[in-house]
Structures are given as structure tokens and as C-alpha cells.
Design a binder for this molecule. Structure first.
Ligand SMILES: *Cc1c(COP(=O)(O)O)cnc(C)c1O
Length: 439
């Protein structure tokens, strides 16, 4: 049945025959998250609603771990992809460390699991003194330093805290990755890292600072990169740098290769196990023989396909022959389509196979007052009616994390499913919470 294989995201989101109640017909299929029908979650918790599958997250994490089993490594889950405390706790329980890019993310990690601090790496071009000091006090594993100025601020903060900061320089390898320009970071023109050509000199300076300890090299070339070649190229350059640095008598224990492995938003045809294995081969090869502890910072590839955004059709509307589905989720809930022109599969939650709905071409739009408020444009979908439920797939990464309150819209609730159980991991915001700080 290829209508299913195109849109299902096993083991998280699969269609199952409906057996009970009004829709008692073996020809009606309902999209489930694991063993829980999404229609039931929408009824209980309302829409828009983010739903995540624990099993999907664990499987993807397991695939990563397995792909890298032959090399000494630590997965530092990238918090910015999805920073819900329950998701962070789930990762911590699997032994993951974390990649944070702000003091706020570090705070979340510490709340989720205080003991995870020793596996935290901290990246970002604009770390403030306050954020740096908090990270020093928490005793994080590694600062990925992105400029000479930051290096001296870090040294100063460490001196004040009477401690020593473990540092890697985030180098910019000047490789092009075929992804959206907003999420490509590894070219000379980007603000990230220090040019790899200047790194040696800067390492020399860093190692002379009493309160800094050079321990590694880090790199991150961007996000949603589906071809492994740019990773291999970047790591190849990093490996050369490691050899040079060791020749200069620096101790390089860690190589942090960042995140960025992409997912297939459109009709996935490759098992993630295979993707992870390819990625592992591409990045582990150039490092062979260097005997470094590899740090990995995947975000999207772990949580992306493990989440969906449920939304209800409020109105159908036709303007001069152009059809719109106006739904209750909007650009403030999921900004990826309008920010990056991203494609997200959208599927009706209930589908009849006996009398399949006719297909039509629609724009799926939200209630926000912006023409950029769309979730899909010119999309062919089975016809749905007002009140029907849609699932926007692959919304587990950079969905809720990028949600805003634009138009004074409370952000959606979040549900974490495991087997038959569904737990609310963030309740829906109330209108009052949005203006409480202004009263
Ligand atoms: C965003 C980011 C990641 C995670 O990227 P994904 O594409 O979600 O895997 C990892 N490391 C750093 C430094 C980042 O900025």
C-alpha cells in the first residue's frame, strides 16, 4: 500500500486500522503515534498539539550509537533542536551529553539532570561573561571558542572563578554544504568559528593562558546536510589541523564534529540505520589513527521525524479558484515553511481506503495576519472538511523550539508518547501568561 509508505514514519507515526466506535470499518485508517490514535490526543488536549514518539527518538539515538560503536565517542544532543525538559531527561537517561548554545539552554540541561554538566559542550559566537561564568561554575566539559576576543574573556572569567576552562577552537573549514543559506555555517563568509588557517596561531596563544587548557578542536558546518561529502571534507581538514597541533605539542584529546546530518522530509526512502552508518564512515575515516575522543552533536536527525504537529481545519476557503485550508496551527507554531521554504509532509489523520477522498491542490495556511503564514503551498492533499484533523510530519526538530507568541497566540501543548501511554510534557500556554510580565 504505497499511500502509507509515502507518509508513514515508523516506528513513531503509522496508520492503523480503526476497530472501534463510530468509524467501525476495516477500511478506515487512523494515524497513530506508536499505539495512541492521534485523533484521541487531539480530542483530549486540543490543537494545535505537538506529539513526540519516545520509541522513534530511542531508535534513532540507538542507530547513531551503533554506527559509531567502534570509535570512542560521546553524543552531545543539540539542545536547540528540541529543548523540552522531558526530551532532555530522556537523552540524559541514555547517557547523552548536550550541546548548548546559550546560558538558557545550559540552565535547562542542569534542571533536566544536574549530573549531565560534565558532558556539556558550549558553542556560540556571542557567549556573555555571565553565561561563561555560569558554565564554568557548572563544570562543563568543553567551551567551543569562536573568536580570539572570546578566548580572553573566557580566560579572565576562569581566573575569577579560580578554575581552568577546557577549550577547543571552533574552526571554520571553508567548505560549502548544500543546504539552505540560513543554516549553512562552514564558509569563510559566515560568522561562525575562526578560519582554519589562523587556528594554529590562536592555539599557541590559548595554550599560554594559565586558566585555559587546550583539549580539542571543534567544527560544525551547518544543518540539514543530506550529502556526507561535505562532512568528510571538513573532517579531513580538521584531521590535518590535529596533526599540526600535535606537532606543536598541543594536547588534542577531543574532536567535536558538530551536528548537521539532515533528514528526508519528502518521502524518506532510506532507513536511518543506513544514513547513520554512511555518516559514520564518512567522518570516522579521516580521523583513523588519531586516537581522539569523538564528540557528536546531532539534533534534527534524532528528534525531527519523531515529532508531528497536529492541527484542525477551521475553514475551507476559495478565492478566485485558489483553495485554502485555514488551520489552527500557524507560522508562530512552526516557522520552518516560511523561514526556510521547508517542506513538511501533511496528512489527514483519518483516511478511508474504501472510498478514498479525491485529491485537491490547496494552500495550508494559519490564522496569523501575514501572507507568509503558510504551512504548505500548492500541496496536493486528499480532500478534508472543516473540523478534520491534519498531521504535519517531521516537526520534532526546530518546531516548538522556534515557536513564538506572535499575534498573542499561546504556544501549543506537547505530548510524549511511549507505547500506549501519552504524557503531557508541556501544557498549553494561557493568554494571561503571555502578558503576565507586563502587568
Ligand atoms: C545547531 C547546531 C547543532 C545541531 O544541528 P542539527 O542540524 O540539528 O544536527 C550542532 N552543533 C552546533 C554548534 C549547532 O549550532
Amino acid at each position: 500500500m504505497n499511500w502509507r509508505s509515502e507518509v508513514e514514519r515508523p516506528p513513531g507515526f503509522v496508520f492503523r486500522k480503526h476497530r472501534k466506535g463510530l468509524l467501525r470499518s476495516s477500511e478506515t485508517f487512523i494515524l497513530h503515534c506508536e499505539d495512541v490514535p492521534l485523533a484521541k490526543l487531539a480530542e483530549r488536549y486540543g490543537t494545535p498539539l505537538y506529539v513526540y514518539s519516545t520509541t522513534a527518538i530511542l531508535k534513532r539515538l540507538g542507530a547513531f550509537e551503533n554506527a559509531f560503536r567502534r570509535v570512542l565517542h560521546t553524543i552531545c544532543y543539540s539542545v536547540k533542536a528540541n529543548s523540552n525538559l522531558s526530551i532532555l531527561r530522556l537523552m540524559a537517561r541514555q547517557g547523552c551529553g548536550f550541546d548548548v548554545v546559550s546560558g538558557g539552554e545550559l540552565e535547562r540541561v542542569l534542571v533536566a539532570d544536574r549530573r549531565a554538566a560534565k558532558k556539556v559542550v558550549y558553542s556560540g559566537v556571542g557567549k556573555s561573561r555571565k553565561e561563561i561564568t555560569a558554565a564554568l561554575k557548572a563544570g562543563i566539559l568543553l567551551f567551543n571558542v569562536e573568536s580570539e576576543s572570546e578566548l580572553w574573556v573566557l580566560a579572565d572569567c576562569a581566573a575569577q572563578c579560580r578554575t581552568v576552562a577546557r577549550v577547543a577552537l571552533r574552526v571554520n573549514p571553508d567548505v560549502a554544504a548544500d543546504t539552505h543559506p540560513y543554516i549553512s555555517t562552514g564558509l569563510r563568509k559566515h560568522k561562525f568559528g575562526v578560519p582554519i588557517g589562523n587556528a594554529r596561531e590562536l592555539y599557541g596563544k590559548a595554550s599560554s593562558a594559565r586558566h585555559l587548557k587546550v583539549v580539542g578542536v571543534s567544527v560544525h558546518i551547518g544543518s540539514q546536510i543530506t550529502d556526507v561529502a561535505p562532512f568528510a571534507e571538513a573532517i579531513d581538514r580538521v584531521a590535518d589541523l590535529v596533526r599540526d597541533l600535535r606537532a606543536d605539542k598541543h594536547r588534542i584529546d577531543y574532536v567535536d564534529i558538530g551536528g548537521g546530518l539532515g533528514i528526508e522530509y519528502q518521502a524518506p526512502n532510506l532507513q536511518f540505520v543506513e544514513c547513520a552508518a554512511r555518516y559514520a564512515r564518512a567522518v570516522a575515516n579521516p580521523l583513523r589513527g588519531l586516537n581522539v575522543h569523538l564528540l557528536l552533536e546531532p539534533g534534527r536527525s534524532i528528534v525531527g521525524p519523531a515529532g508531528a504537529l497536529l492541527t484542525s481545519v477551521i475553514y475551507r476557503k476559495e478565492n478566485d479558484g485558489k483553495r485554502f485550508l485555514i488551520v489552527d496551527a500557524a507560522m508562530n507554531d512552526l516557522i520552518r515553511p516560511t523561514l526556510y521554504g521547508a517542506y513538511h509532509e501533511i496528512v489527514p489523520v483519518v483516511q478511508s481506503k474504501k472510498s478514498p477522498a479525491k485529491k485537491e491542490t490547496v494552500d495550508v495556511v494559519g490564522p496569523v495576519c501575514e501572507s507568509g503564514d503558510f504551512l504548505a503551498r500548492d500541496r496536493e492533499l486528499p480532500r478534508v472538511e472543516e473540523g478534520d484533523l491534519l498531521a504535519i510530519l517531521d516537526a520534532g526538530a526546530y518546531g516548538m523550539a522556534l515557536a513564538s507568541n506572535y499575534n498573542s497566540r499561546p504556544r501549543p501543548a506537547e505530548i510524549l508518547v511511549r507505547g500506549k501511554s501519552a504524557k503531557i510534557i508541556r501544557r498549553r500556554e494561557t493568554g494571561r501568561e503571555l502578558y503576565a510580565a507586563e502587568l
